[in-house]
Design a protein around this ligand. Structure first.
Ligand code: OSB
Ligand code: MG
Length: 368
């Protein structure tokens, strides 16, 4: 397909409630929406870099720079036969996976639409519904947290993840577990601890957690292997896994027993599938993470999470859990059995509502 035009938009969407993690509090989400037009077909992608470099070194500004100055010039006005060819031009860029993924997602949507197949089908998805969970930010007290969790359980979520941070960890886990002895429960530390906290994590072994996500350094693989040896509970890596090679190192060192795959963090769907397949070959289940995406990114997440080795419920919640109004139709919903339907229409399978997108756009640039 000949790439005629590309558009970048910085969007800013107010969250329904502030989202607090060990790296900070967010009240709104700023992401870059990538639109690619080719031969009358439009593909959409969402770059999940955030406003600040606290989860990842990438920010909206670094991603805009990489997209504008390296990735877009590599594909604009080119005739490409598939997604991979569209990414070759920018392949000399090291890192900046979220910027790369923003473009890659839009190209996948473009090719899926031009072939008339759903993104799920094109990625190799095998399910029509996926099990989903909810990620609950840090709360001011255990009783506040219990109240929040109760609300999400009644909304249908099949699994609850709570954020932890030093001083707000074991008491939070204990309170939720006491109130809800049977639920699928997991924690996410977002790299807030060191190996010195080994006794804290040993104590968590007593609460029947599904997993402990990224307890140690944001780029660490080695110390996690030491911690995993001390624990019965699975460690899950998020921040540390940027590439297939990282996943292989983590598997060989036994640093974790599951990986949270976020396609933005690993540079796109192609690398996500390679990581998914490597884990499947080692009998290691994976699950799909989230970056508080709008409906554009969420649609892609749901499609990827329909692949067979995404066996644990994902951080993929209903549009309403994040935003009063999503920018796609139909919005994403969670069924009473804790699952979400995988779109079946071509590409991402949802319509971008342009006037809603316009309302959340704070900056825009056209190329071509
Ligand atoms: O660590 O998984 C994380 C959101 C932003 C950055 C990092 C993380 C998260 C979440 C939210 O936990 C998951 C979601 O989108 O629901
Ligand atoms: Mg995480």
């Amino acid at each position: 397909m000949r790439i005629d035009r590309i558009e970048l938009r910085l969007i800013k969407m107010q969250l329904v409630a502030p989202f607090e993690t060990s790296f900070g509090v967010e009240v709104d989400e700023q992401h870059i929406i990538v639109r690619v037009d080719a031969e009358g077909v439009t593909g959409w992608g969402e770059c999940v870099a955030m406003a600040d470099p606290f989860y990842s070194y990438e920010t909206n500004q670094t991603a805009w720079h990489i997209l504008r100055d390296y990735l877009i010039p590599g594909v604009l006005k080119q005739n490409i036969a598939n997604v991979d060819e569209g990414m070759v031009g920018g392949s000399r860029v090291r890192g900046h996976n979220m910027a790369k993924a923003g473009l890659e997602f839009a190209l996948w949507d473009l090719f899926a639409k031009s072939r008339g197949v759903s993104l799920s089908e094109m990625l190799g998805g095998s399910r029509e519904q996926i099990p989903v969970g909810v990620s609950v930010g840090l709360q001011s007290s255990p009783s506040e947290l219990v109240k929040k969790v109760a609300g999400y359980l009644s909304a249908g979520y099949a699994r609850v993840k709570i954020k932890i941070a030093p001083g707000r960890d074991l008491d939070m886990v204990a309170a939720v577990r006491r109130e809800f002895p049977k639920i699928l429960l997991q924690v996410d530390a977002n790299s807030a601890y060191t190996l010195e906290a080994v006794n804290l994590f040993r104590a968590m072994d007593g609460y029947d957690l599904l997993l402990i996500e990224q307890p140690l350094g944001y780029d660490d693989i080695y110390d996690h292997s030491k911690l995993q040896r001390e624990l019965k509970t699975r460690i899950c890596l998020d921040e540390s896994i940027h590439t297939l090679a990282d996943a292989r190192a983590a598997l060989e060192l036994q640093s974790c027993r599951t990986i949270n795959i976020k396609p933005g963090r690993v540079g796109g769907y192609a690398e996500s599938i390679r990581i998914h397949d490597l884990c499947a070959a080692s009998d290691m289940p994976v699950w799909h993470g989230g970056m508080l995406e709008s409906g554009i990114g969420r649609a892609g997440n749901v499609a990827l999470a329909s692949l067979p080795n995404f066996k644990l419920p994902g951080d993929i919640s209903a549009s309403k859990r994040y935003y009063t109004e999503d920018i796609v139709e139909p919005e994403f919903e969670v069924a009473a059995d804790g699952t979400m339907a995988v779109p079946t229409k071509p590409g991402i399978g949802v319509e971008v509502v342009i006037d809603r997108l316009d309302r959340v756009t704070v900056h825009r640039q056209e190329f071509g």
